[in-house]
Design a binder for this molecule. Structure first.
Ligand code: C5P
Length: 232
């Protein structure tokens, strides 16, 4: 499994997405399709981007009863995405059901990774709203362990947590990390950020990069800079 840069295609229409992807003549970056674009365009956007030759991380963060997640994952696996995800908070049984649903008749399946605690949830919100009293770092590691026990391939986490996740769950357990910014770039609304080079050093397997590429004056140059810093 190689390191790669995944571009977060956070657009609200197919038109804007293709106008963006058309800039990448000859290159086929790994792209993330999230809720915004998927809910705007439906499964056809996945098929069309796949047809253009891109790898796809379908970021829909499923969380429901095991049976519903299993059946939904079976539908997503027919879309032939390369990676998809769910909330570890749905429990081990839900994660196991997800794997069953995602596995095709020939035994293959897309990579499945878990969201632990969203980075928008802080200690206070976790304690007050979710009644979880343990330190958030322990909760994140526990959820990562549960995901590993359930047979998942990895977790979405902050680049700052990637090293610890590998220590706890093994080097082969994949870390997919958003919150990446260039050293000379705008942080925007992200709180804890790392450069692609730092994310590489700390052991992230995939970085998810949105606005530093999508809002750049020259998105192709920004993407190539990420590849140079993170992969090469
Ligand atoms: O534009 P930016 O690089 O901040 O985009 C990061 C992407 O990663 C967005 O699609 C965002 O929803 C996603 N993400 C995140 N933090 C998480 C989980 C996902 O920024 N904890």
């Amino acid at each position: 499994m190689g390191k790669d840069v995944i571009i977060a295609c956070d657009f609200d229409s197919a038109e804007k997405t293709f106008a963006f992807l058309d800039k990448f003549t000859g290159k086929k970056p790994f792209v993330k399709i999230g809720m915004e674009l998927y809910y705007a365009e439906g499964p056809s956007i996945v098929r069309e981007i796949k047809k253009r030759g891109h790898k796809i991380f379908l970021d829909l963060k499923l969380h429901d009863i095991p049976n519903t997640v299993k059946k939904s994952m079976a539908v997503l696996s027919r879309l032939d995405v390369d990676m998809t995800n769910l909330h570890a908070a749905g429990t081990k049984r839900m994660m196991e059901a997800a794997i069953e649903g995602l596995t095709r008749a020939d035994g293959t399946r897309p990579m499945l990774i878990a969201v632990t605690q969203l980075t928008s949830t802080d200690q206070q919100a976790m304690e007050n709203d979710l009644l979880i009293k343990e330190p958030i770092a322990d909760v994140v590691m526990h959820y990562a362990s549960c995901a590993k026990d359930a047979g998942l391939d990895g977790v979405v986490c902050s680049p700052l947590e990637a090293g610890k996740v590998h220590e706890r769950c093994g080097a082969g357990f994949v870390t997919v990390t958003p919150g990446v910014r260039f050293a000379d770039g705008d942080i925007g609304d992200q709180k804890r950020v790392m450069t692609p080079a730092e994310a590489k050093k700390i052991g992230s397997d995939y970085i998810v990069v949105g606005r530093p590429i999508t809002a750049a004056e020259d998105p192709v140059a920004a993407y190539e800079r990420c590849i140079r810093e993170f992969v090469d």
